[in-house]
Design a protein. Structure first.
Length: 78
C-alpha cells in the first residue's frame, strides 16, 4: 500500500489529513522500523514539533484500519 492509498482510506474514514499526519504516514510507509520510537525519531528529524503522542495516535489509527500491525516482542538473553 502506498502513502497516497493510506491517505485516501483515512479521508474516506472521515479523518482530516494534516501536515503532521501526512509526514508520519510517509515515514511509516517508506521505511522499515523495529519500534514506534524509531518512527518517532525519523519523524522528528523532519519536523521537531511533532510529539510522540501524535505518532502513537497515528499508529493506533493505522492499526485500527488494518493498515499496519504492531508486534510487541520480548527477547530473552541466555
Amino acid at each position: 500500500m502506498t502513502s497516497e492509498q493510506v491517505i485516501e482510506r483515512l479521508k474516506s474514514g472521515g479523518f482530516r489529513i494534516t501536515k503532521q499526519r501526512k509526514l508520519i504516514i510517509d515515514v511509516i510507509m517508506n521505511n522499515s522500523f523495529n519500534s514506534c520510537k524509531d518512527i518517532y525519531y525519523q519523524v522528528t528529524k523532519k519536523d521537531k514539533t511533532i510529539g510522540m503522542a501524535t505518532v502513537y495516535r497515528m499508529i493506533r489509527q493505522l492499526e485500527d484500519m488494518g493498515i499496519v500491525n504492531r508486534i510487541d516482542t520480548i527477547e530473552i538473553n541466555n
